[in-house]
Design a protein around this ligand. Structure first.
Ligand code: KG4
Ligand code: ZN
Length: 348
């Protein structure tokens, strides 16, 4: 069954066509148009500029996704398209960005007379784990660590597609902390991939003051990263030589974030007797996090399965939205072009 997915919740314009059969999701096309070049001068996403770019890019991106999957828009003139449904991000995200894929999806669903699948962006990130694998075989309950630019959540999944948040960040998201730290050191945007690359160059002989591991001792599953960011600022202010030690500061900052994420994830997995641990969201592209979490699971919870998304589907894309849409399709959770609601604060 073919599903077209659209995503414009932040600064990537994305379209994808997937084929869902039984418990398997195959990607036929996955097109992402990134706006990093536009936003990097501001060290963050400027909503007005993002929305304008989405308007320009959305139709060419859909056209490319159709072509990559072997179709052409011309095929659908006066004919029903081969898609059983159209999946689109309904929120959360930047409202002016969300509206572009939302209204495009509404128009296409109206013209093509196909149902819509309203997908939560976080659900999409989680569903990135279901691509190219048999999701019906995932051992449950599962604990999911969702780490992106806008969210840091610990989630329990007792049934595929049923999510309950058990912990969240009280302030900055993990990705946001990476981005703000990179801005502080003036090393570029987005901060996560840049900090992780620089951290690899750290010299173990250069010692810098350790940064805190926030909320490690609290009994709940919440996170807080804004104090860590301030601690980095104070360390830099006290060290006039810091520009010569950027890789070392990057490594320590990255380690502080990873230590807390892993500690709380394992604690939640133990408490809820998780059979699987899943990683999701843009920060799941972080090699050190992927590797260290695997090592800790092997060491402390060796019976627990560990799933991570393919690197192609970690940061924002529409394949993950179409994949989450497929699960909704199986559950018959459709909406229509008239009823689709876009909500920038949509909850999981
Ligand atoms: O999921 P995503 O593409 O967008 C949101 O939904 O927010 O996540 C983007 C975030 C950014 O903050 C970016 O710095 C971070 O993911 N990120 C990374 C890496 N790649 C992207 N953080 C750490 N290491 C990475 N390799
Ligand atoms: Zn995202």
């Amino acid at each position: 069954m073919l599903i077209l997915g659209l995503e414009t919740s932040c600064d990537e314009t994305a379209a994808s066509i997937i084929d869902g059969r039984g418990g398997k999701i195959k990607i036929l096309s996955n097109i992402v148009s990134s706006q990093i070049e536009i936003h990097k001068q501001y060290h963050g996403v400027v909503p007005e500029l993002a929305a304008r770019e989405h308007v320009v890019n959305i139709l060419p991106v859909i056209d490319s996704a159709l072509k990559q999957a072997g179709f052409s828009c011309r095929n659908f003139i006066n004919k029903k398209p081969p898609f059983k449904a159209l999946a689109v991000t309904a929120g959360p995200g930047l409202i002016t960005s969300l509206l572009i894929s939302g209204e495009t999806a509404r128009a296409l669903a109206c013209i093509w007379q196909i149902p819509l699948l309203a997908v939560n962006h976080i659900e999409g990130h989680i569903a990135a784990n279901f691509i190219d694998s048999d999701f019906k075989k995932i051992k449950l309950p599962a604990i999911i660590l969702t780490v992106s630019g806008g969210h840091t959540n610990l989630i329990i999944m007792k049934k595929i597609g049923k999510y309950k948040i058990i912990g969240e960040t009280l302030d900055d998201a993990a990705g946001e902390a990476f981005d703000k730290a990179a801005k502080m050191m003036n090393i570029g945007y987005p901060g996560g991939p840049i900090i992780s690359q620089l951290a690899k160059k750290a010299n173990p002989k250069i010692i810098i003051p350790p940064l805190p591991r926030p909320m490690l001792k609290t009994s709940n599953f919440n996170f807080s990263f804004s104090g860590l960011k301030t601690a980095l600022l104070y360390s830099l202010q006290k060290d006039s030589d810091w520009p010569k030690k950027i890789p070392e500061y990057c490594k320590e900052f990255q380690s502080a974030i990873i230590d807390v994420l892993i500690f709380k994830t394992l604690k939640a997995a133990k408490k809820y007797k998780a059979q699987s641990i899943l990683l999701a969201g843009g920060v799941s592209a972080n090699q050190e996090l992927r590797k260290k979490l695997e090592e800790e699971i092997n060491l402390k919870l060796s019976q627990t399965k560990y799933l991570i998304p393919d690197l192609n589907y970690c940061t924002d894309n529409a394949a993950m939205i179409a994949a989450a849409g497929y699960l909704k399709f199986l559950d018959k959770k459709f909406t229509t072009w008239k009823k689709l609601k876009i909500n920038c604060n949509l909850e999981l």
